[in-house]
Design a protein around this ligand. Structure first.
Ligand SMILES: *Cc1c(COP(=O)(O)O)cnc(C)c1O
Length: 527
């Protein structure tokens, strides 16, 4: 068979699908049960070399029987699975990415296999319908009327925030789409806002230095009184305020801003209120936790990531607007070959008029499928379970003399330090170094996956319970694992601290210096 006939052969597809089904099912059942390591640590350049080796392996004639093709397919799948991160392992309590509901991935796969991109309604009719239905449902959860509000799905919270802030910019500065941003324009943002907010200011022509930090209270929430003061102070200096960015919740410790008071301030001062609820938006699905977002219905725009706390695979994020008309201010541009001016009423069914992306993956299939298959109560269960586990972890840490939580969790994010007796009186530098080495040892062991952060100069371990399969036992085991691995590190830290090796700076393993994706909170704060 020639290559093209083989690639498109229905028999080949059927056979490969069978191999896929058997391989992934077997893998998932192992990972879900917590067998094996969370992360099989591999040095990045070794991983790249390995990936590269497969690209050149085909230079000799490839086997072309269906049997050999499917064997090779299976072995490639095994390679992928063996080198991936195991988010479904109950010991994954690291970044804010979930052990996604496996069924959501199966719905997503329909779009991947049959290719359902959208831009205008007729290009991807079902992808578009699903997206609009989801946006309407999410707007209802916010407390808005689904006919008066609107939104779009984007590839991730960062692009969603950029989109919302572009809308805010065009509304605050009417001509800015054509003539650029007026001088003296500023954006006021939560001090712990995700780095994509400052990045958006750079992209939108404001400049990252025009991001004014809104000050926080002792729980790292935006302080409404000081916000009002900042707005007045900026105006007194002749600045024009593009928007205020609040967080529900901010990434470092998961603190939720007091939205009713912030909305009062924004309303009094006539400023656009944007709420970055990438992580915490899902609390709206939970009767127990939705109070954390109360007042969000007064925001002008909201960002809500489904690929975080709605447990669908990346990427799927929503930008929501209280006023439907706002959404058409984002891109004041026409592309006549795509958007038919003779059908103006249909423009709202063309995602391309309102998103940065032209061709866009049907990113809503996973969420729509999961929601339709299980009902929205599933999301309440997932939020309640993971938030509860974080509470349990916090209680355990508080009850243990050698652990120190840095905050009381409002969400499923728990930041803490391990401080065994022997390091209690060590210098802050030595204590910080210990947390870094500890985190490196934990992830290299493959026994747990956690991340690290630095808050006000204090280095700590950061966990986010994103896996509903994590149990209380797993949490006890985490503390035990930390004690065990820590006891191997303490002597070197002690020696370093006591000055015995003053002239020999302690070397960190390379990956201990790298905090992974930059939304680990420690790096957010450096604007
Ligand atoms: C995760 C997160 C983001 C970034 O979203 P991505 O989907 O990773 O691009 C932005 N803001 C907050 C508050 C977040 O938690």
């Amino acid at each position: 068979m020639d290559r093209i006939s083989d690639v498109y052969s229905a028999d080949t597809f059927a056979k490969l699908s069978q191999v896929w089904q058997a391989t992934i099912s077997e893998h998932m059942s192992r990972v879900l049960a917590g067998d094996g390591k969370v992360l099989n640590w591999i040095d990045p350049s070794t991983a790249v070399a390995k990936a590269e080796s497969f690209l050149t392996a085909n230079e000799s004639p490839a086997p072309d029987t269906l049997e050999s093709r499917s064997r090779k397919f299976g072995s490639l799948l095994q390679t992928m699975l063996a080198h991936g991160q195991n988010l479904h392992h109950p010991h994954y309590i690291g970044h804010q990415v979930p052990a996604s509901a496996p069924a959501a991935g199966l719905f997503d796969a329909v779009g991947s296999v049959t290719n359902q991109p959208m831009a205008i309604f007729e290009m991807g009719p079902w992808g578009t319908a699903v997206e609009i239905a989801l946006i309407r449902a999410l707007c209802c959860k916010v407390g808005w009327n689904a006919d008066a509000s609107t939104g779009v799905l984007t590839h991730g919270g960062s692009l969603a925030n950029l989109t919302a802030l572009l809308t805010a910019r065009n509304i605050a500065f009417r001509d800015s789409w054509k003539t650029g941003v007026p001088s003296g324009a500023v954006l006021i943002a939560h001090s712990d806002a995700h780095y994509c907010i400052a990045r958006s200011a750079g992209i939108l022509g404001l400049g990252t230095q025009q991001v004014v930090r809104a000050e926080l209270d002792h729980r790292r929430r935006m302080d409404p009184d000081r916000l009002e003061h900042t707005i007045r102070e900026q105006r007194r200096r002749g600045k024009s305020i593009m928007a205020v960015v609040a967080c529900s919740c901010a990434t470092p410790i998961g603190a939720f801003d007091p939205l009713p008071q912030i909305a009062d301030v924004c309303e009094r001062n006539n400023v656009w209120l944007h709420v970055d609820a990438a992580h915490g938006g899902a609390t709206l699905m939970s009767r127990r936790h939705r109070h954390l977002m109360s007042g969000c219905d007064r925001a002008d725009s909201i960002v809500w990531d489904a690929h975080k706390m709605l447990f669908v695979p990346a990427l799927c994020a929503a930008v929501l607007y209280r006023d439907k008309a706002s959404s058409f201010q984002t891109f004041q541009q026409d592309a006549p070959y795509l958007f038919d001016p003779s059908r103006p009423g249909d423009a709202e069914f063309d995602s391309g008029t309102r998103t940065f992306e032209c061709t866009k993956r049907s990113t809503g299939f996973g969420l729509w499928g999961l929601w339709s298959l299980y009902g929205e109560q599933l999301f309440e269960d997932l939020v309640d379970r993971t938030f509860h586990l974080a509470e349990l972890l916090h209680a355990r840490l508080t009850a243990s003399d050698d652990f120190e939580p840095l905050h009381t969790p409002e969400a499923n994010i728990v930041v803490f330090r391990h401080l065994p007796d022997r390091l209690r009186t060590a210098s802050p530098e030595a204590q910080n170094l210990y947390q870094k080495q500890l985190r490196a040892a934990i992830i290299q062991s493959g026994r747990f996956y956690v991340v690290q952060t630095t808050i006000d100069g204090v280095t700590a371990l950061r966990t986010t319970v994103m896996n509903p399969l994590t149990t209380e036992n797993d949490l006890s085991e985490l503390l035990e694992t930390i004690r065990e691995l820590g006891s191997g590190i303490v002597p070197a830290i002690e020696q370093h601290w006591s000055g015995a090796s003053k002239h020999r700076p302690m070397q960190l393993p390379d990956h201990a210096k790298c905090q992974g994706p930059c939304w680990v909170s420690g790096t957010n704060r450096k604007r």
